[in-house]
Write a protein that binds this ligand. Sequence first.
Ligand code: HEC
Length: 185
Amino acid sequence: MKTLKSLVLLLMIAAALGLGWLYGGGFNAAADAPHSKPVYWLFATARTQSIKVRASGISVPPLDDPQKIAAGAAEYSEMCEGCHLAPGKKADEDFLGGLYPRPPQLTKPVNANAAELFWIVKHGIKMSAMPAWGLSHDDATLWNIVAFVQKLPTLNAEQYAALTAHAAETHAGEHAADAHGDHSD
Ligand code: HEC
């Protein structure tokens, strides 16, 4: 009984100290002050495991259709390139240098399978600049983006330019069609 009482007392002191730290502004929310190693590990592990577990039930459609990849290229150049870069394009350091976490370059392979990529693009990542694109795009469009993101590390600057130039034309065409009211997204 005595040990139980001391345990409860200890827990109450710990909770009071924790609240004191929290309300005393102990956590530095500044994006220009990187996490300490243990806090970084905690957040990185929480994020990785969260995505792994939630993506594990997603079944992946075939993604090697060149039309899907081209459609994904159009979306990528419009919505992702500014943060995740493209072959032959320079980073806007004024913007990207101030983001924490900094968006990874998707021109290099990332440690995520197709289901995990889909989950990330659809739902976004909390407490980072990564938006949830599923709020504004259907699953078919998101899979096109995944198809393209998987191809991206194999593309050189010319191939990227060719794919996205064609995509830009398609988009311009779509928008012209929009203006005439005979296209629905
Ligand atoms: C405003 C900037 C921004 C835009 C725009 C953006 N992202 Fe992100 N994205 C981020 C940030 C920041 C992270 C890192 C999040 C983290 O580490 O917790 C991220 C992470 C990711 C990851 C995880 C990479 C990894 O290493 O596991 C993928 C995949 C991704 N984004 C894809 C996309 C795609 C596809 C688009 C466009 C449809 C997009 N992002 C648009 C900021 C952005």
